[in-house]
Design a binder for this molecule. Sequence first.
Ligand code: HSE
Length: 401
Amino acid sequence: MKVAIMGYGVVGSGVAEVIGKNAGVIARKSGVSLELSHILDIREFPGDPFAAYLTKNVDDILNDDETGVVVETMGGLEPAFRFVSACLEKGKHVVTSNKELVAKKGDVLLALAEQHNVNFLFEASVGGGIPIIRPLFRCLAANRIFEIAGILNGTTNFILTKMIMEDMDFADALKLAQQKGYAEKDPTADVEGIDACRKICILASLAFGSHVYPDGVPTKGISEITLDDVKAAALAGFVIKLIARAKQLENGKLALCVSPTLVKKDSMLAGVSGVFNACLVRGDAVGDVLLYGQGAGKLATASAVVGDVIDCAVHDRERIRLGWEKAADGVLEDADKVPTALFARIKNADEAALAAALPGATLLSGENGETLVLTGEAPAGELNAALAAFDPVTVLPVVDY
Ligand code: HSE
């Protein structure tokens, strides 16, 4: 099977490397032999071991009838969407690691793949090298999924880990993440939760069956989290993680959100440190499953991409059932109605008034005379309105895992 790569950056070059060095292992395990045909990139790579495959013209891939699978590792929406659509229309399978493309255009591309009887696979778009798309869709197919909660962004988990373990403040931890090459030069998509939002939308679409678009999901990043928040959470027995959640409510609607969230200090998610990712899936038959591993990086992400390429080659003449339908109207619950538990830091609190306003809440003593509040579960809008009267310094959701 001949394979072309569009986008020769970190992941694209990892894909070429893995196909080159693991050809024997791949052939033994799958019975297919993978061979590179073209690598599309507008940049020059003098002296690169795969330089002979480079082209700047996408038509070289589109018009090559021998290229059966195209890997898209360009990132961003355009021209990736245009090029991927053209490949599918030409009857080529497409494999992508591009979460923005899948989260925003997955429904359109899945329909196009079906129309042209080819596969559109995207294992690497969530959790880097962690197998998560197939386990969710295939191995857990017997389950009704209640909830998915993940640490799906390595950059923010690295920053929060530094804040929790080393008392480093947000700005210094971000600088370090940039020095280590984890955060993008413009770290907005990581730090403001946009990247994690795209990933939870992909998982929710798969688990619940219809496309969930990122722009409908309440998304808050970690840029306003302070060391005082981290310490207050610790006093209450929690750590702060950027959690992307998707849950099916009893009324059938979906509740999605991305937010810095308090997770119990001794929970599995609390132990996920540094740039690692983890995703908790709750199914009615299986119970809780935690998928953990490297959520980014050249070879880890290439591992997931090449796994998809192998699947396309093995199933060249059949469609792999993996995907979802177009977005359904009214599928997302109004954020204010979603049952939530909240944590708040309040200065100079009138504790009797707090207890009266939030029956069932636990009040703890924080540092510098602050009151720490842990509410019970109630509609988020009601809790936020009750807390607003006390002018809280910070309000964050709390989960029971
Ligand atoms: N910027 C992403 C992260 C890369 O930090 O997790 C992988 O999607």
